[in-house]
Write a protein that binds this ligand. Structure first.
Ligand code: GLN
Ligand code: ZN
Length: 756
């Protein structure tokens, strides 16, 4: 019997081998055959790891040189017109990354993860042709390695749901065009072996599901199952419950249904139906999105609950999602504290957890080695439940006795005091915080971290940068200044390193997109702030100028969303602990004479739940914790926030409730269209809508910015507007930044004069 199942495995490699192979090839140092060679080695190694761990369902086609959605588009021949004429790898990488003639395809976040996929571009006038070569080849490769794999596909409904149409029409109208290609694909797959298992991923089923989409499920899966009798189809869902879809799938001939029991408790509701249908349940019980060791005892209890409804022999134990979202292996975490490391489990370790769970659940009697692994698991989980490194009584009591939950004073009262204090004019100019990260400051940070330079030398270099940054801003004529953030490599990691309760990995890379990986810090314990984190830098910068120096912090929700978060406390509790730490920092800044403080919530929108039923709860605690984080601010301390989006239509009331005195946003690329919602709802606070796009090296002209300011003035009065770039400047070059900001200030002067 086959009992263990992995939805998908990371491609990038335990030492990011794929990343380096790709980047070498892209920069022209190697040819494509070296990428192919590494890819084959990685696939073989990843299959071997899974096989050695005793995994029964091992995938092919989870591996990708760039992205699985892009692979699917290529498989269906969905190539946008601008790339036609190209072939093979030239075509593939041009679609992913653009080339001299054609811009890359758009990339966007995969559900609520930090992975980004390529958005397929479809058109009703195009004709699509199947090319299953990648799948056929990989199937054979796996067979040669002694593996009979399952084949992973992105389902047609999810593929369409996540694509866009060049004419902006409804992508589901192409269902009739795409489904036959999938039928043909199933037929081709059927010829690969006597029996083949196919996993069709339909994560779109976990979002709010429209009746129109729901109505496609039965025809789709009836047809695909009918296409070949020797193919067992499993429909796999993850990240949330898929109750509505599961209720339909039980009436189709699919062989199995994959449900996530970690992020979708509601899935318990459909167990009876699945039992009645006789289908296999692929039960996602090992977390594919987090780094904590499975609590085997708790998972076995959950599985017993499932087994009360479904015959054990029909249950297959699985990861809750692809392991793509976790780091690769703990093997290379050599510097990590032993106690903390013992609480963790990355992709490779999760394979053993699945195996052990399966032995416990199905066999009951364990071998000595298995018994030892089981005991070790219990010991690790007990240590995590009781360790003083995790449980900080002082933090808990403080959280339980919060009395001041928001700032004093209504906005009108506050803003009047702030104007009196700061005396800025309408269309006040500022920037979002960071200035260019030069090779020198990166090097200084690295040297300091490695102990190659001492603190005095490091501080001197940072201060030299701040001097330069402040004197440029003064010379340029900006009105509210920043220190430039030279001491930060990343807006979350910087704070994580200064907060207690955070851990860091050496090799915990997770693919973000293409060859790009991130190494998020992880929150293992109660969060507190041992000492001020930014006060010295901000006060030093303030000492250089008479103009207001803006303090720069990252907000609790963004810190949370860009970290791995402990799973033994609700996220909202963790967020509240972070908020208290930020709240202390705000207070220390204002006591040190900083009058303007920006609390960035770049990832506020990213944290939104996949199902609208869960949105009110998220918004409630996200707003609560932003307000808590700034609750120490006096009425005359001005609180700014910055968000990296432009689309506020759905969340404008929530933004309003956050009650920041000034918000800066990313509307530079959308004219004044997306700003209108602020006027429409009568938003009172001040807004800095971003007058030029910092994501491109292009320098905006004075005229262009003048025009942009007038567009903004059509929507909001000058008293309510700030003028700033649309995001931080850290990725740009000094030369571009200087000219752009000089043009921005000139533009403001022109407009002010014309209005006077
Ligand atoms: N203050 C940060 C910066 O300027 C904000 C960055 C962001 O929102 N992504 O870099
Ligand atoms: Zn931004």
């Amino acid at each position: 019997m086959s009992h263990t199942y992995v939805i998908g495995f990371p491609s990038i490699g335990e030492k990011r081998e794929l990343k380096f192979a790709l980047e070498n090839y892209w920069s022209g140092n190697t040819d494509f055959s070296s990428v192919e060679k590494i890819a084959s080695e990685l696939k073989a190694r990843h299959w071997r790891y899974q096989k050695e761990a005793g995994i029964d369902f091992i995938s092919i086609n989870d591996f990708s040189l760039y992205d699985n959605m892009l692979d699917t588009a290529v498989m269906l021949g969905a190539v946008p017109e601008r790339f036609r004429g190209l072939e093979n790898e030239a075509l593939y990488f041009a679609m992913a990354r653009g080339n001299d003639q054609a811009v890359a395809m758009e990339m966007t976040k995969w559900f609520n993860t930090n992975y980004h996929y390529i958005v397929p571009e479809l058109s009703t006038s195009d004709s699509y042709v199947l090319n299953a070569q990648k799948i056929v080849t990989e199937y054979k490769e796996a067979k040669e390695q002694g593996i009979t794999p399952k084949i992973n596909l992105i389902g047609p409904i999810t593929f369409l749901g996540l694509s866009k149409r060049t004419d902006r029409g409804d992508t589901y109208e192409l269902f009739g065009k795409i489904l036959p290609l999938y039928e043909q694909l199933i037929k081709e797959i059927a010829m690969l072996d006597a029996h083949v298992t196919v996993q069709i991923d339909e994560p779109i089923f976990v979002k709010d599901i429209e009746p129109k989409v729901l109505s496609l499920i039965k025809p789709c899966y009836d047809a695909l199952c009918l296409a070949a009798p020797n193919v067992n189809i499993i429909v796999s869902t993850y990240f949330e419950h898929a109750v509505e879809a599961a209720k339909v799938l039980v009436h189709t001939p699919v062989w199995g249904i994959g449900l996530d029991f970690l992020c979708g408790q509601e899935n318990m509701q459909v167990l009876d139906l699945i039992a009645k249908s006789g289908k296999r349940l692929i039960a996602g019980v090992v977390d594919g999105r987090n780094i904590w060791k499975n609590d085997i005892k708790a998972t076995l209890l959950l599985l017993e609950q499932i087994a009360q409804k479904i015959d054990k022999e029909k249950v297959i134990l699985s990861t809750s999602s692809s392991l793509l979202h976790t780091p690769f292996t703990l093997k290379y975490e050599e510097k990590m504290d032993k106690e903390i490391k013992n609480w963790l489990s990355y992709a490779v370790e999760k394979l053993d957890e699945l195996s052990l769970l399966s032995r416990c659940f199905f066999n009951k009697t364990l071998s000595d080695t298995e018994q030892n692994a089981f005991d070790a698991n219990i010991a690790a989980n007990t240590s995590r439940k009781t360790s003083v490194r995790i449980h900080d009584q002082a933090v808990r009591s403080r959280v339980n006795s919060i009395t001041k939950t928001e700032r004093s004073g209504a906005y009108e009262e506050r803003i009047a005091l702030q104007h009196a204090e700061l005396g800025y004019k309408p269309l006040a100019t500022t920037t979002i915080g960071s200035f260019p990260q030069t090779p020198q400051i990166r090097q200084a940070r690295r040297q300091f971290k490695n102990g190659d330079i001492d603190e005095a030398a490091y501080t001197a270099q940072m201060k030299a940068y701040i001097n330069e940054c402040v004197s440029f801003q003064e010379a340029c004529g900006l009105e509210v200044l920043v220190h430039g953030e030279p001491e930060r490599n990343d807006m979350v990691e910087y704070f994580a390193e200064l907060l207690k309760g955070y851990g860091f990995s050496e090799n915990g890379w997770v693919q973000s997109y293409g060859s790009r990986c991130v190494k998020p810090p992880f929150i293992f314990g109660d969060i507190s702030r041992p000492k001020p984190m930014t006060v010295e830098w901000s006060t030093y910068a303030q000492s250089l100028t008479e103009k207001p120096m803006k303090g720069m912090l990252t907000g609790p929700v963004t810190i949370l969303n860009w970290s791995f978060v402990r799973d033994d406390l609700p996220r909202s509790e963790v967020s509240r602990q972070i908020a208290l730490a930020i709240c202390d920092e705000v207070d220390d800044l204002q006591k040190a004479g900083i009058k303007v403080i920006q609390v960035d919530e770049a990832a506020f929108k990213e944290g939104y739940p996949l199902r609208s039923e869960n949105i009110p709860e998220y918004e409630a605690w996200a707003v609560r914790d932003f307000k808590l984080a700034v609750s120490s601010a006096e009425k005359n301390t001005q609180i700014h926030t910055h968000m990296c989006y432009s689309e506020f239509n759905d969340i404008i009331r929530t933004i309003e409730e956050m009650d920041a005195d000034v918000i800066s946003i990313e509307t530079a690329r959308s004219g004044n269209e997306l700003l209108k919602i602020f006027a429409k709802i009568g938003y009172k606070q001040e807004v800095g809508p971003g007058v030029y796009d910092i994501h491109s090296p292009r320098i905006p002209s004075v005229e262009e910015i003048v025009e942009q300011i007038y567009k903004l003035l059509e929507v909001l009065p000058k008293e309510q507007l700030w003028i700033n770039p649309d995001c931080g400047l850290k990725t740009r070059k000094w030369k571009e930044v200087k000219q752009s900001l000089e043009n921005m200030v000139k533009a403001v002067r022109i407009v002010r004069k014309e209005l006077a």
